[in-house]
Each structure stands twice: as C-alpha cells, then as structure tokens.
Design a protein around this ligand. Structure first.
Ligand code: PHE
Ligand code: NA
Length: 453
C-alpha cells in the first residue's frame, strides 16, 4: 500500500525551516569540530567544504527533486519512478538503505543528545563557573563512566523525540525553529567573540583554514566526505521525503543554497568558537567525541554572563539535535507503518523502542564495553567500539553509497527534460548542474572511496 499524494508545505519558509531543522544539529556543533581535530585541521576542512559544494549540493537537489516528482515516501517514490521509467527495481534499495542508515544513526545520535541534556542540567546549577580544564574534563569523564546516567539521558532524549512524532506537532517545532536557529547563530557569534579574546584566536583560525595535507590521512578524506552527507542529512531518504511536500513553484536550487549556507556557517562558527579555547588551554584538538563538552564549558566558566550563556547554549544544542532526531525517526516509523499492520502509534513506539534499544550499545561503548572491538580481527577496525563502528558504517559507507546511487539515478536514468522542468533553472545554470550531477558528484564519491582503500 502506498500513501497517496499529500498536502504540500504551506510556504517556502516552512519547507526551509524543516530542512534546516533536520540538517543543523549535533553534526555541526559536536561532530564537525571533533572530526576536524582528529583529522588534523585545515586540510580536512577544505576537503569537507569541497564535498559540500561539489557533491552535497547536487545530491541535496537530486533528493528534493525525486521527492517532488514521486510525491511519496522514499521507498514508494523510488518504486513508482522505476516502474514509470522502466528502470530496474534495484533502485528501490536507495529507500531501504536510507531507512537502515537512519535507524543506525539515530541510535547513537540520541546518546549524544543525552549528553547535551546532561549539560543543560550541569549548566542550570552553575557547575562550570571558575572551573579549570582538569575539573571540566573530570565532569565529562565522570559522566561517561556511568552507564546508568548515560542510559537515563539517552532514554529522556528518545522519549522527547518519540513524543513529538507521536503527537505530530512538528508544525510547532518549525515555528520554534524560526526563533531558535537565529538565537543559536547569535550565541555562536558571542562564543566566537569570547574565543577572539582567549589569546589563541589566530592559532585557532589558522588551524581551521590553513590546509596542511601532510596531516590528512586517506581515511580523513573519507571522513570529510562522509561528514558532508551526515551534516546535510543526505543519503537517508529524509530529503526525498521532504521534497514530496515541496510546492511546484519553489526553486530547488535557491532553497538548497540557503540550507547549505546555514548548515556550513553554523559548523564553521562552532569550529571558530572551539579551537581557540583548545589552544589557549593547551588541550588536545584530537580528544575525540568529548571535544565540545571539554572546551565550551571552560569558556562559559570564564566569560561574563557565562552561566546564562552556558545554559542557553545547551538548551539550543538540544533543540537543534531534537529537530534532527525527529527527522531521523519519521522515516523509520513510516516504514513500520507501511510494512506491518501496526497503527501510527504502534509503529512509533516500536521504531522508537528499537532505536532506544540499539542505543544501549553506544551507551556501553563509553564505559563497560570501551575495550570491546567487535570487528577487531580486521586491521581496519582495530580498537573500534560499537559506537565507532556505527559511525563508520553509516557516515563512511551507507550515506555516501546511497547518495551516489541517488545522483546516478537522477543524472543518468531520468530524462533531461523531466529533470530540467523540475529544477526550473536557466539553461546555463542547468547545464552546469547536470554536469555536476552526472560527472563531478559521482566521480568525486568514487575517487574518495578509491583513495581511502
Ligand atoms: N544533519 C544532522 C546533523 O548535522 C544529523 C542528521 C543526519 C539528521 C542524518 C538527519 C539525518 O546533526
Ligand atoms: Na548538519
């Protein structure tokens, strides 16, 4: 059973807000800085930006376009398109892998969202004021050491996410996004301003923007590309689903530029806020997933009004993570609803429950199972915890492969006219776009895979 054509977004703004809500999240503020630090800085950032521009934008536009043409969820969209265009039904795997990717990602995303919740609580009781880096580091490691604490915060984050999907109140969230995203941007500017006074601003800036390719491993190149997919919510069918709500008159290219600029600006500001603090306090840029939790509280603990800014920051971070998490849960729920006799409520509880359960493996990856490396017999996966593996298989494999298939389908298996008509761009811009979709983006992804082998 496929769902029939549904109501479209009331306006372009609503659509953009939903897309920004999905794309801006932990990927920008938590993951981008720590991956940059693990991969040596500027060269990683440069490759990441190139991937956003040359691979991310064409694929984002392809996903929206497929959704707008197909008017259904990703799996039904792909099956109706392949039937109409007489293409292999194997393309439907784009939708299937998208849902698998969303499930795996949400399981660990929620655990990190839980960390942010824990830091709202710490911020609220004014924990950071006056603390030095050692004490701030201890707060973080104490939290990680307690499976029970992590489990409780992860559960709370999942409940918040399930609650919204159950209640179907995403409209209210989009309205909130309109105020809270700009507030987040202003707060990041304040943080960058504080970083500018930290004494190591120049060092931080040069770390981010001076590419030193000797520091970038081939795995770092793959990480940069994978993160371009992660941060834009690509390769999961989410943007295909959103595209199905996109009115005909809305310009896909212009919308893509707005969403991508917003997402990229927020990631770069997070980097500019964090690295000067890292260098000013002799911390290690490569300390991993804890990076923002070990640096930003240090800034809040020392800046004027730090209690207020710290609390506000973690509230906004949770909000951004929450809107992304909802966009991850939606497609899993839809899939359960369609493939099983479950009602909407049942599907939401089962999908949410299954994601919560898998999240426990990530919770344990930071303590009890910190030394468990399930694929450790392979040199490539040596020492990788379950959390690290989930991240690896989604960002570095599933998302890029699904995205690659998407852009090949749009570039090579659909007629030029149909794509042209839906993108309504000028002739020259369209030709440029089509060249990117047919050659640059697919070859870019393939080249990165080859380099990293
Ligand atoms: N793009 C989100 C972020 O950057 C994460 C996400 C990934 C959301 C995939 C939906 C799908 O945090
Ligand atoms: Na993002």
């Amino acid at each position: 059973m496929t769902k029939q054509h549904h109501a479209q977004w009331s306006s372009r703004l609503t659509f953009i807000l939903a897309a920004v809500g999905s794309s801006v999240g932990l990927g920008n503020i938590w993951k981008f800085p720590y991956m940059t630090g693990e991969s040596g800085g500027g060269a990683f950032v440069l490759i990441y930006l190139l991937c956003i521009l040359l691979v991310g934008i064409p694929i984002l536009m392809s996903e929206w376009l497929l959704g707008r043409i197909g008017q259904r969820n990703p799996i039904s969209t792909m099956s109706s398109l392949t039937t109409r265009l007489k293409r292999s039904p194997a393309w439907v795997l784009i939708g299937v892998f998208g849902i698998l990717g969303a499930y795996l990602i949400l399981s660990f995303y929620s655990v990190i969202g839980g960390w942010a919740l824990a830091y709202i609580q710490l911020g609220a009781v004014n924990t950071f004021t006056g603390l030095e880096s050692e004490a701030i580091g201890a707060l973080f490691s104490d939290m990680l050491a307690s499976p029970l604490q992590l489990l409780l915060w992860h559960s709370l984050f999942m409940i918040l996410t399930i609650g919204v999907v159950l209640g179907g109140v995403t409209g209210g969230l989009e309205r909130a996004t309109k105020t809270l995203m700009p507030t987040l941007v202003v707060l990041l500017i304040v943080l960058v301003g504080y970083a500018a006074t930290s004494g190591a601003f120049a060092e931080g800036v040069s770390y981010l923007f001076t590419p030193d390719f000797s520091k970038l491993s081939s795995d770092g190149v793959l990480a940069a590309m994978g993160h371009a997919f992660f941060t834009l919510s690509l390769g999961m069918g989410i943007m295909i689903a959103y595209g199905s709500y996109l009115p005909k008159h809305v310009n896909i290219g212009r919308s893509a530029i707005i969403v991508v600029l917003m997402d990229t600006a927020i990631a770069l500001m997070a980097g500019l806020a964090i690295f000067p603090v890292v260098f000013a306090n002799d911390l290690s840029p490569s300390s991993g997933p804890g990076l923002i939790f070990q640096t930003l509280p240090l800034a809040f603990g020392h800046m004027p009004g730090g209690w207020f800014f710290g609390l506000l920051f973690f509230v906004l971070l949770v909000f951004a993570a929450w809107t992304s998490a909802i966009s991850l849960l939606e497609p899993i729920v839809e899939w359960f609803e369609e493939k099983t006799p479950l009602s909407r409520v049942g599907a939401t509880l089962v999908a949410g429950g299954a994601t919560w359960a898998l999240g426990i493996a990530t919770v344990l990856s930071f303590n009890v199972w910190a030394d468990v490396a399930p694929l450790g017999i392979f040199a490539k996966f040596e020492g990788m915890t379950i959390f690290a593996l989930l991240d690896y298989f989604t960002s570095k494999l599933i998302l890029p492969l699904t995205g690659l298939a998407t852009v090949i389908f749009v570039g090579w298996r659909m007629s030029r006219e149909e794509v042209r008509e839906n993108l309504n761009m000028g002739e020259m811009a369209f030709n440029l776009w089509r060249f990117a979709a047919r050659f640059i983006a697919p070859l870019g992804v393939v080249a990165v895979f080859i380099v990293s082998l």
